[in-house]
Write a protein that binds this ligand. Structure first.
Ligand code: SF4
Ligand code: SF4
Length: 345
């Protein structure tokens, strides 16, 4: 992948003169991949999407005039309902407690398994992945998409672009509207939106969230993870050499063979770039650990597929700890420690 870089000359600052402080975005044309981690990612995203879209329509019987929506933030009554649980504004400490617990749990998971939250369960990842699947379904393979982007305004390509953006907008609208269903009776809100009798705030938030979903999942994608999400920046502090991360086995892989070479070389990497073209953040894991990596495992699937075709052992790229990589390089056995200072503190 060719990356164009913008050099910003800062004349007043001698230290930063000539430094690259912002990289111009090169669109990522992500290739399709199949395998264990792709399947896992798909299952997690379907479960998330099902829960998100269906939850406001679940009913739960309550006494008196209380709403019968199972999960709801009732702005009129100023109460949060979650099945049998009812929380008043003065009981906000429950939320604070839940947030603190969630943060600590996320730190614990990160210290054990790296950024698996980012790779599998973060809404930004799930919606970007959904939009990418629509793109791939409508416009075809990544090579085809690359070719088509050079001639958008042609009779063959333009209808595909219009179809893709229409589906993206429909999904965004559905997402935006669904969020508002959590704040008022979902069935009534649907009917009010359709008959144009909903309040201005419902239309405002639906349109606002439609726009943000469309932009974040359709265009910004990995840029949100790399530049906007603070979690990506401080995750390094939660991980250590015993965290399970996606790694490339240099001892097995180097020196790399020629691209597309199927000659049985001693080293295993044939430099086919499959691990790079399937990566949703556009990095090459063979360059080592990088803060952009969301630990999604798609490069593991891609490389395992190549290894199977070449009749070489799997897991040239794999989930492993940096300590294990060093141990294995020295011929020592690998081990995975769950309880260690980083996971406890
Ligand atoms: S997919 Fe595997 S063999 Fe191909 S370039 Fe990546 S590491 Fe090397
Ligand atoms: S390098 Fe591999 S694990 Fe990391 S983001 Fe790219 S595909 Fe996912």
């Amino acid at each position: 992948m060719v990356e164009k870089k913008i050099k910003v000359e800062i004349e007043e600052s001698g230290d930063l003169a000539g430094e690259i402080i912002f990289e111009k975005r090169s669109k990522i044309y992500q290739a399709k991949v199949s395998g264990t981690f792709r399947k896992l990612k798909t299952i997690v995203s379907y479960l998330f999407l099902l829960a998100f879209f269906a939850m406001p329509f679940l009913r739960y019987e309550r006494a008196g005039d209380m709403p019968d929506q199972a999960v709801m933030v009732d702005l009129t009554l100023r109460k949060f309902f979650f099945f049998a649980i009812e929380i008043w504004p003065q009981e906000a400490y429950y939320f604070i407690g839940l947030l603190v617990f969630s943060a600590i749990f996320l730190f614990f998971i990160t210290s054990l398994f790296g950024r698996v939250w980012c790779g599998y369960a973060c809404p930004q990842t799930i919606f970007s992945d959904l939009f990418y699947r629509v793109e791939e379904f409508v416009e075809g393979s990544y090579q085809k998409r690359q070719r088509q982007d050079k001639k958008v305004f042609t009779r063959k390509v333009l209808p595909k672009k219009i179809l893709k953006h229409s589906i993206w907008l429909a999904l965004s609208l559905l997402t935006g509207a669904t969020v508002t269903f959590y704040f008022a009776d979902a069935y009534k809100t649907v009917s009010n939106i359709i008959t144009l009798q909903a309040s201005y705030s419902v239309y405002f938030w639906t349109l606002f969230l439609t726009a943000t979903t469309y932009i974040f999942a359709g265009f910004a994608r990995e840029y949100i993870c790399i530049y906007a999400c603070p979690y990506a920046r401080f995750q390094g502090a939660m991980m250590d050499a015993d965290s399970l991360v996606v790694t490339y086995d240099e001892v097995r892989g180097e020196p790399r063979g020629k691209q597309n070479s199927h000659i049985d070389t001693e080293s295993d990497c044939v430099d086919c770039y499959r691990c790079v073209v399937v990566c949703p953040v556009g990095i090459d894991i063979r360059d080592g650990q990088q803060y952009q990596c969301i630990n999604c495992g798609l490069c593991v699937d891609a490389c395992n597929d190549i290894m199977t075709k070449l009749k070489k052992p799997d897991n040239l790229i794999r989930y492993d700890t940096l300590r294990n990589l060093n141990r294995e390089a020295k011929g020592l056995s690998s081990n995975f420690k769950i309880l260690r200072p980083r996971t406890i503190i």
